[in-house]
Design a protein. Sequence first.
Length: 189
Amino acid sequence: MRMIIIKVGFVYRDFNGMNKITYKMQTDLTQLYQAHQAWLSIFLRKRLHCSHQAADLLQDTYLKILVSGKIPPEEYARQYLTRVAKGLLVDQARRWRIEQAYLDTIRQLPEVNQESPEHRLQTIETLIEVDELLHNLPEKARQAFLLRRIEGLSYRTIAEQLKVSVSSVEKYIARGLAACTIAMLKHNL
């Protein structure tokens, strides 16, 4: 197998899109971490009320920056780190809500119908991924998809509510179905 490496900025990407860490990136990230780790840790502890979760999210923040290959200039570092950390907090809260809703639902089932812990975890991960994919859809596409799949509304009714054409609703729902199909294929469901 031949490896193809392409230089993108100061990050090298191999044929799988994986980042190759350069010396400059490593030193820039080290400087960023040393300069901002203390206040970012305090920022996260105040929001999470748990030093262990804050430490995990702190590492996730720097990992996300490393994976993206985009290290901010020093004058924007605090803003950038705050934005990345807040995004991860929102993602974490959304995942927690989905997991709790699913666990509440299965608690109401008779024990005979309950799944194994492994299957439960796989289902939760799939639900989280579908939620993330739906949140990546444009607002009207997400609304149309949910109105159709959850509320059971007709295309015409959805079109009237969203003030768009029926053909637009068809396209929106197709985008939502495509997002769900991607999640299902990824998890072999």
